[in-house]
Design a protein around this ligand. Structure first.
Ligand code: COA
Length: 153
């Protein structure tokens, strides 16, 4: 069973390692690797930002297996997801994303979500589609699909 909790200071290094994973860098709009100092400044700003929330998914043994970040913009939130490199392709993304949307929705009024998925990121597309996201448009400049979702819960 996967459970979710909010990220905290102790997650800084793990999230840095995950962010620099090759597949994550390929999926991002800037593929440069991220230095520790840039990461820690960014992470502290996100932890202190009321418009941002980062959830960590954990397995039965309390092992962290993925993260989902929500960045609120007006009445919508943009989502970023990654699963720990050695835990991918086992269906975790498809379970983790709806769990985090539910947790986020319980403490905010946000029900509308956006995701920007690079055109070749089939795993990410599958996860968003399985959660109920629909393709809204193609962003030719950034070579990505814009997915949207409105939660009913
Ligand atoms: C995208 C990501 C979160 C998906 O998580 P995951 O736990 O590996 O995904 P799942 O195991 O739930 O798989 C979802 C589907 O994608 C498929 N899939 C997973 N990895 C795949 C791959 N590398 N190539 C092709 N298909 C893949 C699975 O077979 C599954 O297919 P199904 O819907 O037919 O069953 C994960 O691959 C990841 O962290 N990628 C790097 C970061 C990233 O791309 N984030 C998204 C940014 S928009």
């Amino acid at each position: 069973m996967i459970t979710v909790r909010q990220a905290n200071e102790a997650d800084a290094e793990m999230l840095w390692i995950w962010a620099n994973d090759e597949v994550v860098r390929q999926s991002a709009f800037s593929s440069d690797s991220i230095s520790w100092s840039d990461h820690i400044d960014w992470f502290h700003s996100k932890l202190n930002d009321p418009k941002c929330r980062i959830y960590i998914g954990e397995d039965e043994s309390g092992q962290a297996i993925g993260q989902v970040r929500f960045d609120v913009c007006g009445i919508r939130a943009e989502i970023d997801i990654s699963v720990a490199p050695h835990r991918r392709k086992r269906g975790i993304g498809k379970v983790l994303l709806p769990l985090c949307i539910e947790a986020f929705g319980q403490s905010t009024r946000i029900v509308r979500f956006d995701a920007y998925v690079k055109l070749d990121n089939v795993a990410s597309e599958a996860v968003f589609r399985a959660t109920g996201f629909e393709k809204a448009s193609i962003d030719q400049l950034r070579h990505c699909f814009h997915y949207t979702y409105e939660s009913t819960g």
